[in-house]
Design a protein around this ligand. Structure first.
Ligand SMILES: NC(=O)c1ccc[n+]([C@@H]2O[C@H](COP(=O)([O-])OP(=O)(O)OC[C@H]3O[C@@H](n4cnc5c(N)ncnc54)[C@H](OP(=O)(O)O)[C@@H]3O)[C@@H](O)[C@H]2O)c1
Length: 241
C-alpha cells in the first residue's frame, strides 16, 4: 500500500523540500498552506504524487472541517515562522502590543502544530510518524518565537508518550539559519547573516534540503526507535543535548 504524508507549510521553503523528499521516497503527499498559488506551483513541479489543501492550520474550525486522507503515515508540521518579522515592534510599556506579538508566535508555531496533530491523530497509521519543525531559537530566545519553539519541544516530549504505544514516533527537527526559504521575508541583513554563519562549526548556512534529509530519515521505517527527540540541523551553531 502506498504511504501517505501530510506536510503543512509544504508550499515553500523547508516544507517544499520535505514534500520533494517524501515524493522521492514514494509517498503520496498532501501539502497544506494558506496561499493556493505556491501550493499549485509545487504540485505542478512534483507531479501527481502531490495533492494540495489551502487551509490555515492555526484555525481550529477550518481544521475540523477540512478533508484529509483517511490514513496518514507521516505528518510533518512545518507551517510556522517568526511573526515578528516585518511587524512593528511594540513600544516599551505597550503590554497589549507585546501580548499580541507573543500570541501571534505561539499560535503560528505551537498551537498550529498541536491542533493539526490532534485533528489527524485518529487517522495516524500504526507505526506512523509525527515530525515537527522547531528552531534553534528555542535555545537562544527571540522573544515569543523562541518561546513558541521551546513549547514545541515540551509538547513533543509528551506526545511521544501519548502516541508511543501505537508504535507512532514524535520528533522535532530543529534547524538553524536555513536559506532558500521565505522565513526572513527578504529582511536578513548581510551582517546578521555573517554573524549566524560565524556561529556554525562548518561556516555555512543551511539549506532546506539539509533539513528535509533528516525529516526523510525520521519518516523511514529505520527510525522506529527514535522518539521524543530534538534533532538539530544547524552546522554546530547549537550543540544539542
Ligand atoms: N528558515 C529558517 O532559517 C528557519 C530556521 C529555524 C526554523 N525554521 C522553521 O521552519 C519552518 C518552515 O519555515 P521556512 O523556513 O520553510 O519558511 P517559509 O518558506 O516561510 O515556510 C513557512 C510555510 O508555512 C506556511 N504557513 C505559515 N503559517 C501557516 C498557517 N497558519 N497555516 C498553513 N500554512 C502556514 C506558509 O505558507 P502560507 O503563508 O501560504 O500559509 C509557508 O509556506 C517554520 O516552522 C520555521 O519556524 C526556519
Amino acid at each position: 500500500m502506498q504511504r501517505t504524508a501530510v506536510v503543512t507549510g509544504g508550499g515553500t521553503g523547508i516544507g517544499k523540500a520535505v514534500a520533494r523528499e517524501l515524493v522521492e521516497a514514494d509517498f503520496q503527499v498532501l501539502i497544506v498552506g494558506r496561499r493556493p498559488a505556491p501550493l499549485a506551483e509545487v504540485a505542478a513541479e512534483l507531479g501527481s504524487s502531490v495533492d494540495t489543501l489551502a487551509l490555515d492550520v492555526a484555525d481550529p474550525i477550518a481544521l475540523a472541517a477540512a478533508e484529509f486522507p483517511e490514513r496518514v503515515d507521516v505528518l510533518v508540521n512545518s507551517a510556522g515562522g517568526n511573526t515578528d518579522i516585518g511587524r512593528e515592534r511594540a513600544p516599551d510599556g505597550d503590554l497589549i502590543g507585546l501580548r499580541d506579538s507573543w500570541l501571534a508566535n505561539l499560535t503560528a508555531n505551537l498551537l498550529s502544530a498541536m491542533l493539526t496533530t490532534e485533528r489527524l491523530r485518529p487517522s495516524l497509521a500504526e507505526d506512523g510518524r509525527v515530525i515537527t519543525i522547531g528552531s534553534i531559537a528555542a535555545q537562544y530566545g527571540a522573544a515569543g518565537y523562541g518561546a513558541a519553539k521551546a513549547g514545541v519541544e515540551a509538547w513533543n516530549a509528551e506526545l511521544a508518550f501519548t502516541l508511543g504505544a501505537a508504535g507512532i514516533t514524535a520528533n522535532v527537527v530543529s534547524p538553524g539559519l536555513t536559506e532558500d526559504t521565505e522565513f526572513f521575508r527578504g529582511r536578513l541583513s548581510e551582517q546578521r547573516r555573517a554573524t549566524l554563519i560565524g556561529r556554525t562549526a562548518n561556516k555555512r548556512a543551511g539549506l532546506s534540503v539539509d533539513v528535509a534529509a533528516v525529516v526523510g530519515f525520521l519518516a523511514s521505517p529505520a527510525s522506529r526507535h527514535v522518539t521524543g527527540q530534538v534533532l538539530h540541523v544547524n552546522g554546530g551553531a547549537h550543540l544539542g543535548g
